[in-house]
Design a protein around this ligand. Structure first.
Ligand code: SF4
Length: 514
């Protein structure tokens, strides 16, 4: 696959004392749409003595020099989704790198990314984890690697967790977004068929963290508090990035970009610049007429909104979203040229009733009718995946039969009028199992990876390893991942959990109020 690919941009450093292969355990198209991956690639290459090259799922050698992973001093994995743990094992196998850290002399395996806030299922494989932001720990990490230090010597209570030591670690946070480097030399493909998931676009991170802290959102609880890049710095990055890459499209990246205190100024600048723009999910309560006008001027054709569910479900998940604001914003967006609306929902929340499901169906049908019928509205429905360090970590996942029933209801109710995307139940169960995993889970992962994603195989192996898959349906009673400190006190998570249970027990909102 790698030999067919041609790119512009990136780094090709011939001589360096330290060679790092940065691996995205998914396809090139998916990985190249990850700004986090570009950030780490660029940051590591900014060190004179380091050459960092990329490898994706399905490739046997790196893009930059065509080297096998065994030729590198370090292999670094970017872990954005728990299911990519399976691909991580497959890549090590396919590239001839010993899976188990106890049997491996070289290369050192390091992992970073959002999933590292629970490193437990990977401690048999990974030597060292970057927990939280990489920027505050990059100097220590690179200096340690250059000096030939062992993982245990590089470990730090601030952001560097070592599997051998199991050292309690606080997630590192880069507090000043203006002082950290941004990747302006983002490589992109020139070969058709390799276009990243977001298209060929220059990505700029405008904020980290999100103060809304919906109760299911691991990211917001681990990247607290919210931090912003200033308009001035964003402009500098965009100017340099567009010049260096030659791209003509900008993607604003952040957990909640409409929450940025200077979002209107940022959008106005991009209008003035005449580039096309893509926005991630918007929070309708924050969007006013002026912002809608700017969205229209930018030629944005698709907007994404995540109502998650009925007002009852939103009160359980602490997703504040006004009913009137939702319709006002989507109506106005379509008046300003938007042609497609993507909606995200969660099902299987404990306390969910038939009225909550009817709400999803009614809302989708109403909006589809409002905005021109088939093709105008896409509804993505995902089972609730309880995650570590979020208040939902204590919740059981819904029984697969319940979710199947919910899917059947929605398929029938929506028919062909709404484009319905239903997340695989099987994958969601394995994702929850890995997200709330412990050390024993690593043994299951190592055996089951070769067996693919067959649920029966996972169930059998999990049972034999003494960490049954069924634990995801019972809810967590212990939270062993607390050796990672996300930055929020346990008392906060426990209070949120109590409030979530109280909201679950409250009367479900009557249907038909929309
Ligand atoms: S608004 Fe989005 S990013 Fe913020 S807490 Fe909720 S789900 Fe997470």
């Amino acid at each position: 696959m790698g030999s067919l690919l041609t790119e512009v941009g990136g780094f090709r450093k011939r001589r360096a004392r330290l060679r790092i292969a940065l691996v995205y355990p998914n396809t090139y198209k998916v990985g190249m749409a990850s700004l986090g991956f570009h950030t780490v690639y660029s940051l590591l290459n900014s060190y004179e003595d380091v050459a960092c090259e990329r490898l994706f799922l399905g490739m046997k050698t790196t893009i930059e020099s065509g080297s096998p992973l065994s030729a590198f001093d370090v292999v670094g994995f970017s872990l954005q989704y728990e299911l990519d743990f399976i691909n991580m094992v497959s890549i090590l196998d396919a590239c001839g790198v010993e899976r188990l850290r106890r049997d491996r002399a070289k290369p050192m395996v390091i992992a970073g990314g959002p999933c590292c806030v629970n490193p437990l299922p990977l401690t048999r494989i990974v030597d060292l984890f970057v927990v939280g932001d990489i920027e505050p720990v990059a100097d220590r990490l690179v200096d340690g690697l250059l000096s030939g230090a062992r993982p245990a010597e590089i470990a730090s209570p601030n952001g560097l967790f070592c599997s051998e030591l199991m050292n309690p670690t606080k997630a590192a946070k880069a507090m000043d977004m203006d002082s950290i480097p941004a990747p302006t030399n983002q490589p992109h493909p020139t070969t058709s068929g390799f276009r990243p998931a977001l298209g060929s676009t220059f990505m700029v991170e405008i904020s980290r963290g999100c103060n809304v802290r919906c109760r299911f959102c691991m990211y917001s609880h681990c990247s607290h508090p919210k931090r912003e890049r200033s308009l001035l710095r964003i402009r500098e990055i965009v100017e340099e990035g567009l010049t260096v890459t030659g791209l003509a499209k900008v993607s604003l990246i952040g957990a909640l970009v409409t929450d940025h205190s200077q979002i209107k100024e940022i959008l106005a600048y991009l209008v003035e610049k005449g580039v096309s723009v893509s926005l991630p999910s918007i929070r309708t309560d924050e969007v006013d007429d002026e912002m809608l006008e700017l969205i229209g001027q930018l030629g944005i054709r698709t907007i994404t909104v995540a109502p998650e569910g009925s007002p009852h479900i939103r009160s359980i998940l602490k997703k504040d979203l006004g009913e009137e604001g939702l319709r006002y914003v989507t109506d106005s967006a379509f008046e300003h040229g938007v042609r497609k609306l993507r909606l995200y929902f969660i099902t299987g929340v404990p306390g969910e009733t038939s009225e909550d499901l009817e709400y999803i169906a009614d809302l989708c049908l109403e909006l589809s009718k409002r905005y021109g019928g088939r093709g105008a509205v896409t509804a993505s429905v995902n089972p609730l995946v309880p995650k570590p360090h979020a208040p939902t970590q204590f919740l059981p996942m819904a029984d697969p039969r319940t979710i199947e029933g919910n899917y059947r209801f929605l398929r029938k109710a929506l028919g062909p009028r709404v484009d319905l995307k239903l997340q695989s139940i099987k994958e969601s169960i394995i994702q929850t199992y890995l997200a709330l995993g412990r050390e024993k889970t690593g043994g299951v992962l190592l055996q089951a990876s070769g067996a693919g994603l067959g649920l029966a195989a996972w169930r059998r192996i999990a049972e034999s390893e003494g960490d049954p898959l069924s634990r995801v349906f019972r809810g967590a009673t212990a939270t062993p991942w607390d050796l990672i400190d996300s930055g929020l006190p346990q008392t906060y998570l426990q209070r949120q959990h109590r409030e979530m249970i109280a909201a679950r027990n409250a009367t479900a909102a009557p249907s038909g109020n929309h």
